[in-house]
Design a protein around this ligand. Structure first.
Ligand SMILES: CC(=O)SCCNC(=O)CCNC(=O)[C@H](O)C(C)(C)COP(=O)(O)OP(=O)(O)OC[C@H]1O[C@@H](n2cnc3c(N)ncnc32)[C@H](O)[C@@H]1OP(=O)(O)O
Ligand SMILES: CC(=O)C(=O)O
Length: 318
């Protein structure tokens, strides 16, 4: 299985306070992400946001993609109703994307307190929803919200959400660090334990890290080093609260330091252009101290002087 670079700039990234894309903005951002060579673009939540419903309708004729598969995001069916009767499920199908990503509760405390149902019904919601979209010919990814908190609290229950989704036909089940509280060593340990518990390869798992404790990029890289092939990020790390793992930082680290071929040839070179163009559309000034801003090493007098004295290649971002 090759790497799945999964971008959620237009869904999770758009949950950042202050970002409000028009449909035209969303089409332009999607085009840029495709030029950057991501494999999947999560375009939004059709049915929950009228703009997202319109985006998917227009994308069918206005968004030719070279590299990426467009993904519609939604949730598993509501508790207590048949999957085919859930209007949110219908709206996801109506988006006519080749792939869908469903968020599911995977922490039993959230099942009981937020969804106000029980663990058994939540597993049925996951099973029915995944099986329904697979039967409708969709590739299905399942986002396990609060995966790591849930796994620490009740590993057997959280693992059962993962196995239920895989048995129902999900291509990849994504472990979300929804609170952004993980550390790389803990990500590595949790993946090792889960893989052993379920007897599945790590390539059936994905990773999605929020950045509340500034570890999202490191946590994502740790997951990939543990064998995960599917990783979810956003351009410039946009997202709710402090954001998500930054797509550009994750990809550059994996490709340049670990030598992993995560993007098609020639795409990594688009980093600065795409980063700045997305920032322009989001109306957020690029952070000048970021390496991906295109100003990082060049603007550091000390490092630049050292490079001049030591010859080309002496100062590297490693
Ligand atoms: C961590 C994430 O980023 S996940 C995505 C979060 N973003 C959103 O939820 C924004 C878009 N969603 C919405 O506007 C609404 O959830 C709707 C329109 C889709 C559904 O609205 P309602 O039918 O009124 O459901 P309601 O809002 O009561 O749901 C309560 C909570 O359970 C979640 N939820 C509802 N059904 C499910 C489900 N089957 N599986 C997982 N979570 C669910 C909702 O997203 C909401 O979570 P929140 O409190 O963290 O926002
Ligand atoms: C689904 C998602 O974005 C999260 O749990 O963080």
């Amino acid at each position: 299985m090759t790497f799945q670079v999964y971008d959620t700039t237009l869904r999770d990234g758009a949950q950042r306070e202050g970002i409000s894309y028009s449909v035209v903005d969303k089409l332009a951002v999607a085009k840029l992400l495709d030029e950057f060579g991501v494999g999947f673009i999560e375009g939004g939540w059709p049915g929950a946001m009228p703009k997202d419903t319109e985006f998917f309708a227009r994308a069918r004729s206005e968004l030719p993609l070279k590299h990426a598969v467009l993904v519609a995001f939604g949730a598993t069916r509501k508790a207590g109703i048949a999957v085919a009767d859930d209007p949110q499920v219908r709206a996801l199908l109506d988006a006519e994307t080749a792939a869908v990503c469903l968020v599911a509760k995977s922490d039993i405390r959230h099942v009981e307190r937020a969804l106000r149902t029980d663990g058994k019904e939540n597993l049925a919601m996951v099973h029915d929803s995944v099986a329904h979209f697979v039967a409708e010919g969709r590739r299905v990814f399942l986002d396990c919200e609060h995966f790591f908190d849930g796994y620490r609290h009740d590993p057997a229950y959280t693992a059962s959400v993962v196995s239920t989704a895989l048995e129902a036909g999900a291509e990849v089940v994504v472990m979300c660090d929804t609170n952004g509280g993980m550390l790389p060593s803990r990500v590595t340990a949790a993946i090792g334990e889960l893989v052993e518990r379920l007897g599945v390869g790590p390539e059936r798992l994905g990773i999605h890290c929020q950045n509340d404790t500034s570890c999202a990029v490191a946590n994502t890289i740790a997951a990939v080093e543990a064998g995960v092939k599917h990783f979810q990020c956003t351009a410039n790390g946009y997202g709710e609260r402090p954001g998500n793992a930054d797509l550009f930082a994750v990809v550059a680290n994996l490709q340049l330091k670990l030598g992993l071929p995560v993007l098609p040839d020639g795409c990594l070179e688009q980093t600065v252009r795409v980063s700045h163009a997305v920032a322009e559309i989001a109306n957020i000034a690029p952070t000048p101290t970021r390496l991906t801003s295109g100003r990082g090493i060049r603007s550091q007098g000390g490092a630049a002087r050292e490079r001049d004295q030591s010859g080309p290649g002496a100062v590297q971002p490693h």
